[in-house]
Design a protein around this ligand. Structure first.
Ligand SMILES: [Fe+2]
Ligand SMILES: [Fe+2]
Length: 326
C-alpha cells in the first residue's frame, strides 16, 4: 500500500505540469480484461499504428486499469506447487493484467513457465531478461517465446511494435534491453556475468563481448525511440517495460549505488540516453520506466516527467512488485 501511494503521488506531481488541452479525447483504451494483439507480418511501425486504431474503435467508459507488475520471477528456482500458489495469488489480486520485466525462467523451461502464467487467464505482457536465455541462445529462446504467444492469445512479448492501451490515457511499450557495457568502468571492468558462460551468443572475449553488449543496448534504445514516438501521439503517459535499469543512479545493490565494476552489466546507458531525449522532446507527457535485473527496489526521478522504478526480487520467492493503476 505504501509503495502504491508513493507512485500515485509521483504521477500526480507530473500531471500538474500537463496541459489538458493537449490530451487527445479520442484515445480510448482497449480496456480491462482484453488480450494481446496479434500482429501478422506488417512492419513494426504500421503494426503500432494498427493497435492505436484498434484502441480508438473500442470506445467505452473506462474504469481504472490495474496492472500487476512482476519482475525477476526466476521460476527455475521454485517447485511447481510454489509457482501455482503464486500465480493463483496474482489471479485473485483483482488485477486486469500482468506485466513482467524479465528473468522469468531459463531457456529450457520458459515455454512451460510462460504456459503456466497463461493459465491465469489474464492478459500478460512481458519482456525477456538475460536469465531467460541461460542454457540457450537468442534465436531459439525468442522462437520459443513467440511460439508460446501464438499458442496463448493472452500472452504478448513486447518488442515487436506493440503499443498496449492501459486505461484511457496510458500506453505500454517495451523491449528486453541489455546491460550495454558502458556504465561504470565500462569495458575495463574485470567482472563477467554468467551470461558469457550460459548464453551461446555471448561466449565472447574482451572487445568482442563489449561490442556485442553495446549493440544489444543500442538496438533496444533505437526501438524504444521509434515506438515511443507513436505511442506518445495518443497517450498522456507511456509506460516502458524493460529488464535492465537505464540509468546508473537507478542501478543499486544492497542499499548503495552499484559498484563501478558491476555497473557495465547492470545499466543500459543507450536506453537511458534515448529515454531522456524522448522525455525532453515531449515535456507535457509522462514516462514511467519499470525494470528489474538488480533485484534492488528503487525509484529514481530521472527528469521532471521521467520516473524509473526498479523491482526488488528474491530468488525462490516470486512476488507482485506493485499493482500499478492507470
Ligand atoms: Fe534476475
Ligand atoms: Fe537479469
Amino acid at each position: 500500500m505504501g509503495r502504491k501511494v508513493q507512485f500515485v503521488q509521483q504521477i500526480s506531481r507530473v500531471v500538474v505540469s500537463c496541459d489538458p488541452k493537449k490530451w487527445n479525447p479520442t484515445w480510448i483504451g482497449v480496456g480491462a480484461g482484453t488480450g494481446g494483439v496479434a500482429w501478422g507480418n506488417r512492419s513494426e511501425l504500421s503494426r503500432a499504428a494498427h493497435v492505436i486504431g484498434q484502441a480508438l474503435i473500442s470506445k467505452s467508459s473506462m474504469s481504472k486499469y490495474l496492472l500487476a507488475w512482476c519482475s525477476d520471477l526466476h521460476f527455475d528456482f521454485i517447485q511447481p506447487h510454489q509457482r501455482q500458489r503464486f500465480l493463483q495469488s496474482v489471479a485473485m489480486s483483482g488485477a486486469n493484467g500482468i506485466v513482467i520485466t524479465g528473468d522469468i525462467s531459463t531457456s529450457r523451461r520458459i515455454a512451460d513457465n510462460l504456459g503456466s502464467i497463461a493459465g491465469t487467464g489474464l492478459p500478460t505482457y512481458f519482456v525477456t531478461g538475460n536469465h531467460d536465455y541461460y542454457a540457450g541462445n537468442f534465436a531459439t529462446t525468442d522462437a520459443t517465446t513467440a511460439s508460446v504467444c501464438r499458442q496463448f492469445p493472452n500472452m504478448t512479448r513486447l518488442g515487436r511494435g506493440e503499443i498496449i492501451p492501459l486505461g484511457e490515457r496510458t500506453a505500454l511499450i517495451g523491449h528486453s534491453g541489455w546491460g550495454d557495457g558502458r556504465a561504470g568502468m565500462g569495458p575495463m571492468t574485470p567482472v563477467r556475468m554468467n551470461d558469457s558462460l550460459l548464453i551461446a551468443d555471448l561466449r565472447l572475449d574482451g572487445a568482442a563481448l563489449f561490442e556485442k553488449l553495446a549493440e544489444l543496448g543500442m538496438a533496444s534504445a533505437r526501438y524504444i525511440e521509434r515506438v515511443a514516438l507513436i505511442a506518445v501521439q495518443n497517450a498522456d503517459q507511456v509506460v516502458v517495460a524493460t529488464h535492465v535499469p537505464p540509468f546508473p543512479e537507478a542501478s543499486r545493490h544492497e542499499g548503495v549505488p552499484g559498484e563501478p565494476s558491476h555497473l557495465p552489466h547492470f545499466t543500459n546507458v543507450a536506453m537511458g540516453e534515448s529515454l531522456r531525449k524522448i522525455a525532453r522532446d515531449w515535456p507535457r507527457k509522462k514516462f514511467l520506466v519499470i525494470c528489474g535485473h538488480t533485484h534492488e527496489r528503487f525509484t529514481w526521478q530521472a527528469d521532471e516527467n521521467l520516473v524509473v522504478k526498479v523491482a526488488g526480487a528474491r530468488y525462490g520467492d516470486p512476488a507482485v512488485e506493485e499493482i500499478l493503476e492507470f
